[in-house]
Structure formats: C-alpha cells, structure tokens
Design a protein around this ligand. Sequence first.
Ligand code: CIR
Length: 257
Amino acid sequence: MLVAITREPSASLGRCELSFVAPQPIDVALAFAQHRSYVAALVAAGCEVVSLPAEPELPDAVFVEDTAVVVDELAILTRPGALSRRAEVDSIGVALAPFRRIARLIAPATLDGGDVLWIGRTLYVGRTARTNEAACEQLRGLLGPFGYSVESVPVTGCLHLKSAVTAIADGVLLANRALVDVGRLGGARIIDVDPDEPHAANVLRIGARLIYPSCYPRTRARLADFDVIEVDASEVIKAEGAMTCCSLVFTGQRGGL
Ligand code: CIR
C-alpha cells in the first residue's frame, strides 16, 4: 500500500516564503480547488491519502514534503531552513507515527525535504540556502546503519534540488542541467526540460505514473512515453511549490517495519 500525506492549503498561502520567484497574487479559492484535483490524482495513482487540516497561521504548510524524509525503515522529521516553517513539523510527526519509527534532525542542521532525491540506496541532498552540511552529517548517522549513503549536491538558481531534477522511472531523471550537475547523480539517463520551461523538472512519480503540472506543454511532450496525470497547479507554483512538495508518499504499514 502507498500512503500519501497531504495538507489542505492555508488561507494565508499568499504570505508564503519566496526565494527565486517574483510575488504574484495567489487565488486561494483556486488553490483549494487545485489541491483537490492533486489529491484526486494521488488516489488515481493508487495512494491512500491521509489529508491533514489546513494550518491557518502557517502559509507554507501545504508543502508537507519539506517537513520529513521518509524511507522504508524510518521517518526523519526535518528542521526546515526557513524559520517561518519550523512549526509545520510537529503535526507531521503525529501523522507519520502510525507508520514509522520517528527520528528528528536537530540544530545546527537545517533541511527541506525538497532537497532530498532518494534513488535506490542513495539520498542525494541539495546544498541550498535551506539545507546545510550538518543536516547531511545527521542523515548519514541516522541512515548509514540501514545501508544508505548520503551525497551532497550543489544546486544553483533554484529553491531545492528537486526544483532542478526528479526521478521519473528507474534510471531516468527529468532535469534542468543549468541548475544542477547531473553527472553527480549516479549515471541515470537524463530527459532535459524544454529550454523555454526552466521550472519544469519537478514530477511526482507514483510507481509507473507521473503527476505533472499542465503548464509545461513543451516538456510534457518529452514525456510522451510515460503515463502522465496532468493537474493544474498554477497557484502552488506562484508560491514556489511544485508537484513533489505537496505530499509525503511512502510505502505504508501501520506499526512500521
Ligand atoms: C517555501 O519557500 O518554502 C515555499 N514557498 C515553497 C516550498 C516548496 N517546497 C518544495 O518544493 N519542496
């Protein structure tokens, strides 16, 4: 069984953190409607969705991916890089507790889950304004005993590693090579985003299905061989979010492994 934890958008989404994206008005009602379509796509892809209520005072709380790193053996609660986001974490710990043993990153570590690209037994961790080396060290300590390695990867010009590259099938990545050196990512085949769509690299892979925003038609055309569910995500994209960031997807077994 695959579980996807999501959280309703906050009515204060318009006050979200922004780093590489210019502020634009966000239509919160539209964000709610688009989030419902996103949840429907998760269900269509085979997930059992655990939907958490909105956090009205936490504008970015819809972006649950940043609050935890979940592998088969363990869930690690993060210490998000933006101070305004630290209070998002505890409720995610409560939601994850039925499924995993819980660990937690501690100061001075900072890490957003959007910086963690998990491929096989390797976690590639973007070195960004949100995520630091102390977090990589702590991840190594927590995950090394389970046979995982943690590789730090420089990222430039975008918020997170997964703004620049995501996995779309075993051994296949969708990437914007201008933002990350894909040679550091284990020798996968690369599908490049269309040059006119630099932000189009973030895809949510659920098994053989890909959940993908409808606003990147040129890159979408490069995914013709894949089983794509398109969703309209304009409002979370204005909030510098994307597809992976609105869920935590993992193999679910209550009680952990
Ligand atoms: C932030 O700056 O933290 C939010 N406005 C966007 C976070 C997006 N998260 C993600 O892509 N994993």
